[in-house]
Ligand binder design. Structure first.
Ligand SMILES: Nc1ncnc2c1ncn2[C@@H]1O[C@H](COP(=O)(O)OP(=O)(O)OP(=O)(O)O)[C@@H](O)[C@H]1O
Length: 294
């Protein structure tokens, strides 16, 4: 189990992370989402043991990863860039990983290279972006680590490579109860694969819930009134405007859903209907900030 407790980090006088707590059980995939620059990569690097926290602790299977670095054998981190490996060929990289990770499974690695049809006798710099991303994924899962940390694993990939990578991650997690922590701006992917949704806002954890829980605490509705949105509705603190076209408002309601819908009904709308909701709606409503009604 991964446990991040009260982690704080300041970089160049800027507090990047504040009192961060996350718990991730084996067999679970957590999606870490948040706007650009809120501290996701910094947090992942701290969890991977590349950066030290100023305060707080990261433990895996109850071992503090910054005090007992041997536990890092059980953790792999896939950065969002392959820069450092680019002048090596596949064999050299495998040799390096095999030397670092006790449980690195060379046979498994090559079986995955075959499965995903990646050329084995080339330098990484000759790979396309998609091939590099797949390669890193294969490399990290071949370490047989119990915690895999992926920073933007599908950035810039075509939909087929993307689907292959996601399918592969889900298979691995279901086969051997490992934990995966993924940072992603691709919310539809997070929605499809993550058990746990961790939203981060300005360096603080805004919420940690299952996707279902997150969805059940919101309702997306479209309303039309004779004139503009009535003040009584516009001033509700749990209502955000997602969009407005003329008199047609698309709203997100957070909490007190039935009570809020009753209030909307009391203002005699010409139309009030529920709309299907995506994680993107929740993201914009929770982390967007600009369009609060009041
Ligand atoms: N090495 C560094 N030196 C100075 N500032 C840094 C460094 N690393 C991160 N920061 C700052 O910390 C903050 C968080 O950066 P981080 O890369 O963790 O955010 P992020 O959520 O991963 O962003 P994105 O979604 O854009 O990748 C930013 O303000 C960034 O400028």
């Amino acid at each position: 189990m991964l446990k991040v407790s009260n982690v704080n980090k300041t970089i160049d006088g800027n507090q990047v992370l504040e009192n961060v707590d996350i718990t991730l059980q084996p067999g679970m995939i957590a999606g870490l989402v948040g706007r650009n620059g809120v501290g996701k990569s910094t947090l992942l690097r701290i969890i991977a043991g590349i950066l030290d926290p100023d305060e707080g602790e990261v433990s895996f299977n109850e071992i503090d990863i910054h005090k007992e670095p041997e536990i890092k054998q059980k953790i792999t981190y896939v950065p969002d860039s392959t820069e450092i490996l680019k002048s090596y060929n596949v064999k050299e990289i495998v040799k390096l990983y095999d030397a670092i990770y006790e449980d690195f499974d060379v046979m498994y690695f090559y079986s995955l290279m075959d499965r995903f049809k990646l050329p084995k006798n080339k330098k990484l710099r000759t790979y396309s972006k998609g091939m590099k991303a797949l390669f890193l994924m294969i490399l990290s899962f071949s370490t047989k680590a119990d915690l895999i940390i992926l920073d933007e694993p599908t950035n810039g990939l075509d939909p087929i490579v993307k689907r292959n990578i996601l399918q592969f991650i889900i298979e691995e997690v279901s086969e051997r109860q490992l934990s995966v922590l993924i940072s992603s701006h691709h919310l539809e992917e997070v929605e499809k694969m993550a058990d746990l949704l961790v939203m981060i806002k300005e360096g603080r954890i805004e919420s940690t819930t299952s996707i279902e829980e997150a969805k059940s605490s919101f309702r997306k509705v479209q309303v039309v009134y004779t004139h503009s949105l009535p003040e009584k509705i516009a001033h509700l603190h749990n209502v955000n405007i997602l969009s407005q076209t003329g008199r047609v408002y698309t709203l997100m309601i957070k909490g007190n859903i039935e009570e809020t819908i009753n209030k909307m009904q009391q203002e005699h709308p010409l139309l009030l209907e529920e709309l299907p909701m995506t994680l993107e709606d929740i993201f914009i409503s929770t982390l967007g900030g600009e369009s609060h009604v009041s």
